[in-house]
Ligand binder design. Structure first.
Ligand SMILES: [Zn+2]
Length: 175
């Protein structure tokens, strides 16, 4: 199951406070339309009901594909500034898991496939997330041709115009 929460936010343009629906987890197997929405840039979008302002809400969430058996966690890069959150990782960069059971209530030894307990894959940009999902889709399709119909096709990027400010470090771009 996917999980949505209501999050109170002030509109960055007009200041109007409102409850915004935020996806905290997306299950592509039970909610394939959310996978489509993700690839169309429509997940966790802010749209002010008063002034019409629109923008992306940069917030962490989990993508879960039960058919291809993987989980990937998206965190905004500023996540790394938060010491409390860093404490939830081992020195090897793996999450100290607080999962005792799979979503359907199985423990590690009972689970017929324990992918749920493997170290979770983390990404820190939305493009990285889409690339990783496309990679796992492509990998699964190569090993199980024609089994699933919702495979994301890898697309070559359009040729980009020259970087406008090459002196900026890569982690400063896009701000
Ligand atoms: Zn507004």
């Amino acid at each position: 199951m996917s999980m949505q929460i209501q999050f109170p936010m002030d509109c960055p343009k007009c200041g109007k406070r409102q409850e915004i629906p935020i996806w905290k987890s997306i299950n592509s197997s039970s909610d394939p339309e959310l996978k489509q929405a993700l690839f169309q840039g429509q997940i966790n979008q802010f749209r002010c009901f008063k002034c019409g302002y629109e923008g992306h809400i940069d917030i962490d969430f989990i993508y879960h594909d039960m058919k291809r058996k993987f989980l990937v966690a998206y965190h905004p890069f500023y996540f790394l500034e938060q010491e409390d959150l860093l404490k939830t990782f081992t020195p090897n960069g793996e999450l100290i898991s607080d999962y005792d059971t799979t979503p359907d209530g199985k423990t590690n030894s009972e689970a017929d496939d324990n992918y749920f307990f493997r170290p979770m894959h983390f990404v820190f940009s939305m493009q990285e997330l889409l690339n990783y999902i496309a990679f796992r889709d492509t990998l699964f399709e190569a090993q199980n041709p024609g089994l699933l119909s919702d495979t994301i096709k890898i697309q070559r990027p359009e040729p980009k115009p020259k970087e406008s400010n090459p002196s900026k470090k890569w982690w400063q771009r896009g701000k």
